[in-house]
Design a binder for this molecule. Structure first.
Ligand code: G6Q
Length: 521
């Protein structure tokens, strides 16, 4: 049975939310914070994760009404349909089963009548044994040397996820150096090749279709470069593929034994949990890769089983809808206070904007309300010295997720205390601002009384700018898995509430078609 098809703006809850918005739209976070229980009432804890959403323009009633909305569009039913393998990617006629990739339960999940769990387990075993061979140095290149460098060749979903995770887990990496080639711009591949020795490099070509222009072009260029010093008989030792297109992989010269599976029931941007994540397992070892999957599964179970008002992905999705559809906020910032997470905003831009950037509802009708949010961001504290000016004092409302870790990975306590002081300081500054009176006193006591009149308005911070504090104990493969799965479920929740299909991406096709036509000319 397909997903339900309910226009959110036609629901009772939406009407009530509209009335409620009219009543409280001028509410101030500073006033709300006077309630001593606020932080406790507006926080959720789950294992090593705590989410404090108290610094938002919301009351208990707001949450209640948003939860009512989720119930009225039957989010529960949609979640169950996703997990059980119904064809919820209707426009492409596919199941959406990235959650199955990290499920440790024995319960079968059927696709076309066949249980997919055994295939998933077999792929994991293959990833494990291959990673072990390469990492231990048993896998030899064509001159008998061990592998030192891995190059992932892929684009979009076959690049952004693995690239982000490899970067985020750099602390856990082994001796292998991992590189990513994606852009069809020859400068990208040229710069990477420059640093490589063909005798000790392993290329992982990741392409579900094995027809993607960028990936095939880069793979051919790399193969030609490789064949300058090796022969075609050496290809199996240096090229492996992750794909569904076995024929094209074979034509490329890759040994059948070295092909890792991909499945149509996993979308590209949700595929890092499949063999698309091979470069992750090579970079940090299979055990860490498995821990990433386990962390994601923990979040999957939380999302599936928890009541909506205690469900972290659901609550974050609902708050985002509140700003997007009622306050008219157009963008959201994702601000990780960890240099390791510098690629997270790029990754989330694809996951969120490709999924929910849709203007037609599940009926095929043009939508007259706002859908997908624009997501952007960068790491703290760097961005505090860059774009945060606009977030603090600009004219736009930009809700922000602040992602932080209690513990530092390198034990540099002094650095970490400063980092986290900034993490909390930014959220307080956004929420509570600085009043005229405070600026007045500050100028007076700093010996600038004569400048009060001319400077005061520029130094006032309005405040009332919302943020969520997403805080983990420590950056580990497990907590990263949880974080990524959290955003995946936020995406789906919003797609369901906006009555759109989150799992297709026809919007990227036209440009590709036209580029082909122009190239042929
Ligand atoms: C993601 C999209 C898209 C896809 C790339 C690569 O959800 O489907 O980004 O991952 O276009 O496709 P191939 O893996 O087929 O090369």
């Amino acid at each position: 049975m397909a997903l339900k098809n309910i226009n959110p703006t036609a629901t009772n809850a939406w009407k009530e939310l509209t009335n409620h918005f009219n009543d409280i739209q001028n509410i101030n976070i500073k006033d709300l914070a006077k309630d001593v229980n606020r932080k406790e009432d507006f926080s959720l804890n789950f294992d090593d994760l705590s989410v404090d959403f108290s610094k938002n323009r919301i009351t208990k009633e707001t949450i209640q009404l948003l939860v009512d909305l989720a119930k009225e569009v039957d989010l529960k039913d949609a979640i169950e349909k996703q997990y059980s393998g119904e064809i919820i990617n209707v426009t492409e006629g596919r199941e959406v089963l990235h959650t199955a990739l990290r499920s440790s339960s024995e319960e079968p999940i059927l696709v076309e009548g066949k249980n997919i769990k055994p295939q998933i387990q077999a792929a994991l075993r293959k990833i494990k044994s291959f990673s072990n061979k390469v990492i231990s140095g048993k896998w030899k290149g064509y001159t008998g040397k061990s592998i030192t460098d891995i190059v992932n060749i892929g684009i979009g979903g076959s690049d952004l996820g693995p690239d982000m995770v490899v970067e985020s887990l750099k602390h856990y990496k082994n001796q292998l150096n991992t590189h990513f080639v994606s852009n069809v711009d020859g400068d990208h591949v040229s710069e990477i090749i420059k640093t490589l020795n063909p005798e000790t490099t392993l290329f992982v070509i990741v392409s579900k279709t094995f027809t993607t222009q960028e990936t095939i072009t880069n793979s051919e260029t790399i193969k030609n470069w490789f064949l300058k010093s090796a022969t075609i008989f050496d290809i199996p030792k240096h090229f492996v593929a992750v794909s569904t297109n076995l024929e094209a992989v074979d034509n490329f010269g890759i040994d059948k034994k070295n092909v890792f599976p991909m499945w149509n029931w996993v979308g590209g941007r949700f595929s890092l949990w499949s063999a698309v994540g091979l470069s992750i397992s090579l970079s940090v070892g299979y055990d860490n890769y498995k821990a990433l999957l386990e962390g994601a599964e923990e979040m999957d179970l939380h999302y599936k089983n928890e009541e909506f008002d205690k469900n972290i992905p659901v609550i974050l999705a609902l708050i985002s809808i509140w700003y997007n559809n009622f306050y008219g906020a157009e963008t959201e910032a994702v601000l990780p206070y960890s240099q390791y997470l510098k690629k997270l905003p790029d990754y989330l831009q694809q996951a969120i904007m490709e999924s929910n950037g849709k203007g037609v509802d599940r009926n095929g009708d043009k939508i007259d309300y706002q859908t997908g949010t624009i997501v952007w961001g960068s790491t703290g504290t760097n961005m505090q010295h860059a774009f945060m000016q606009l977030v603090h004092q600009g004219t736009k409302l930009i809700p922000a997720d602040f992602i932080g870790y209690k513990e530092s990975l390198h034990g540099l306590t002094d650095h970490h205390n400063k980092l986290m002081a900034n993490y909390y300081g930014q959220m307080d500054a956004l929420a509570f601002g600085k009043t005229k009176e405070e600026v007045h006193l500050e100028l007076k006591f700093s010996g600038n009384e004569d400048k009060i009149e001319s400077l005061l308005p520029f130094k006032v911070f309005e405040g009332n700018r919302p943020s969520n504090a997403i805080l983990f104990d420590k950056l580990t493969p497990r907590s990263l898995g949880k974080l990524i799965a959290l955003y995946e479920h936020k995406i789906y929740t919003q797609g369901i509430l906006w009555n759109i299909y989150s799992y297709d991406q026809f919007g990227v096709e036209l440009g590709k078609e036209l580029a082909k036509k122009i190239l042929n000319k």
